[in-house]
Design a protein around this ligand. Structure first.
Ligand SMILES: NC(=O)c1ccc[n+]([C@@H]2O[C@H](COP(=O)([O-])OP(=O)(O)OC[C@H]3O[C@@H](n4cnc5c(N)ncnc54)[C@H](OP(=O)(O)O)[C@@H]3O)[C@@H](O)[C@H]2O)c1
Length: 359
């Protein structure tokens, strides 16, 4: 039996089981599933792979039989509960509200909430779920799109969070135009690998910043030049850029301004090491303040997780303009090793958790 046939068979059985399952509102136990869980914040040592109840869904949600899940740095933030600011954003102050890790998802709809009109049982979807490192995950219908035919479940799972962030950074935030000279700092990571490819597909000339070991990898994504951040001080570069997408390294704003064109744009996406409490949001706020007084446009953003951005991203992947850079596939049981690899900076692009192989 091929993998696809096996998934289809499993899905049919699951859809039937889900249809006859007790309503989540009753006192009857929900069917079990395997999931990567955490019952407290911490490093990867707090994680378990265990059997728990399947999630119930709200009226505007669907239940997805997960085919694959994507691993990104946001997962590490939710695992550690740092910066602490995110705990106040609804994720749980003392411990995670949702014990199941994971956001990026692809799979098949097995149950539909009463207010959902655009998805049906059996639809193949991709997007953002609440706890995708599991055999089943609930997701708001507003954060899902139909998975394009021809895009694999693995590619779909690797795409959404990093891809929509890169897309918004370049377009709505960065106003990219054909012929722009674009610098992507953090070009070898989850967001950066999408940013390099999307910028390239929009006709920009892209320079990537990454570690030397990932030079060829970043070039293969379409960067015309790659700068090693360990040996080159960006402030010493003798060239300028129309658009800088700042994803890693937390370079001082004044340094980045010296290599930004007089009316260029700096879009701050993120950067690790900014401190446990706010994650160093002061740097972002400082840039936005300064932007009011200078010709260069300096700013930051938090990506919108709406379908408005997921659909064009899915279309880019379907057209072949962007190919998610998947460095490794792991099973649900190996997910914790994948998380350790991401923590250690050993990942190029994205790791995908192939949940189907865990059934
Ligand atoms: N604003 C938003 O809405 C949003 C959304 C998603 C993510 N983020 C944030 O964006 C950041 C990156 O996320 P990600 O998923 O792309 O992470 P990632 O996959 O871990 O990638 C990090 C990138 O930063 C590079 N890097 C590390 N140290 C650097 C340095 N000193 N100078 C320059 N580059 C350096 C890495 O290069 P090497 O691997 O080659 O060393 C890698 O390319 C995180 O802080 C994340 O929280 C923000």
């Amino acid at each position: 039996m091929s993998a696809t046939t096996a998934i289809a068979a499993t899905s049919a059985a699951t859809i039937a089981a889900a249809a006859s399952a007790e309503s989540p509102q009753t006192d009857h136990p929900l069917p079990a599933m395997r999931a990567v869980t955490q019952h407290r914040y911490g490093d990867a040592d707090v994680l378990n792979v265990e059997e728990i109840d399947r999630p119930s869904i709200a009226d505007e949600e669907v239940l997805i039989e997960v085919a694959a899940a994507g691993l990104d740095r946001g997962v590490l933030h939710l695992m550690t509960g740092t910066p602490y600011l995110i705990r106040l954003m609804g994720f749980g102050v003392r411990k995670p509200k949702n014990p199941v890790l994971g956001m990026d998802v692809s799979g098949r709809v097995v149950e539909v909430g009463s207010a959902v009109t655009d998805f049906q049982v059996g639809d193949e979807v991709m997007g953002i779920a609440k706890g995708s490192f599991a055999q089943f995950a609930s997701a708001s219908a507003a954060k899902l799109v139909h998975k394009p035919e021809g895009v694999s479940f693995d590619s779909a799972a690797a795409s959404t969070i990093s891809g929509i962030t890169a897309l918004q950074a370049l377009t709505t935030q960065g106003n990219i135009a054909e012929g722009d000279r674009v610098l992507v700092i953090g070009a070898s990571g989850g967001v950066g690998t999408f940013a390099v490819q999307i910028a390239n597909s929009l006709g920009a000339t892209v320079t990537g910043v990454a570690s030397e070991a990932k030079r060829e990898f970043v070039q293969s994504l379409g960067a015309s030049d790659v700068i090693d951040y360990k040996t080159t001080d960006l402030g010493e570069l003798d060239r300028e850029f129309d658009l800088i997408i700042d994803i890693g390294g937390r370079n001082p704003i004044r340094k980045l301004r010296t290599i930004l064109a007089p009316s260029g744009r700096l879009v701050i996406v993120g950067g690790e090491g900014g401190g446990k409490i706010t994650g160093g949001i002061g740097r972002q706020l400082g840039a936005a303040m300064l932007s009011l007084f200078v010709k260069q446009r300096l700013g930051f953003f938090v990506s919108s997780e709406s379908r408005e951005y997921i659909q064009p991203l899915a279309d880019l992947v379907a057209s072949g303009a962007v190919a998610p850079a998947i460095s490794d596939h792991v099973t649900l049981d190996q997910a914790i090793e994948g998380i350790r690899a991401l923590e250690g900076g050993q990942v190029s692009g994205k790791i995908v958790i192939d949940v189907r192989s865990s059934r």
